[in-house]
Design a protein. Sequence first.
Length: 364
Amino acid sequence: MSPSHADTAAIARKQAITAYARAMTSATASFETIEIERRELGPHDVLIEIAYVGICHTDVHHARAEFGHTHYPIVPGHEIAGTISAIGSDVAKFTVGDAAGIGCLVDSCRECKECKAGQESYCRTGKVLTYNGIGRDGGVTLGGYSERIVVDERFAVLIPSAMPLHQTAPLMCAGITMYQPLRHWGAASGKRVGIIGFGGLGHIGVQIAHALGAHVTVINKTEEQADDARRMGAADFRITSDARTYSELAGSLDLIVSTVPASYDMNAHLNLLDQDGVFVNLGVPEKPLSIEPYSLLTHRRSLAGSMSGGMPETQEMVDFCAEHHIGAEVEIIEAGYIDQAFDRLVASDVRYRFVIDASTFASD
């Protein structure tokens, strides 16, 4: 007779939970296979057998020590989708067999006003990143480039059964990172939204903004992705090298969300905003942004920033994407290709997100 769900959870709690993972041991090392140990299941924990994990540009920054605070060996990955194989005794949100996702966070203080409001990504006193963070136990967190992971149920989201996991994994970071500013600053019917950059984030943002009812304009470095952008819901597509982009669109947008990590002419883009328009910056350029004050003062424009969202909003985002059939367009790779994928991602050579097949982490 097969064990019950409760028996399965009890067994998992008593046994060490190990997993093969891919890690970098220094900023210049190649990825290698290691074996890691996950914590035993606590009362509110779930064990997720990872099916797919997306590669975010942040993974490259951390793994290659470009942010300056990497703990090695590092196991990146915060765009995780898989299936729950065991649950703690007090778990109420999930059952064994559910599809679940994990994004950028695996814990927070839970006591500050942001956490109590369901905005854990803005936790004031101690959010814990999914990888390269320091957990409450003092250990370094290891991410989703692995076979399985244990997380408190609060920091996992339920993935509707109809959603393909390989297309859903990138929503755990790229999806919520776009969804939050679009919702917070009112992308809806009658609103004119500009999205700068049509890559891993931008291609999801276009789909979300279109589904919210907004008129979407993409501003991109090249026109190669124009057909894809229009297929996903963009009404207009412009390129940054064409002066007409800035003359013809001047004062025409209510909201701009920039996904671009490189430096660019901020003032030229601010001037595309109408009265009370908002420019939301998501990228982290190497150099500080340069702003001419009158670009803001004129027409009472605002400049803002945004992180990934909290857990309630992440669940809302996944449910919204399921309802509107929104998913990432991905290139599925095996674990042995991660180094090449990193290089290609830096070169913007991917349409539009690399996703690792987790069944290959144990392979040579």
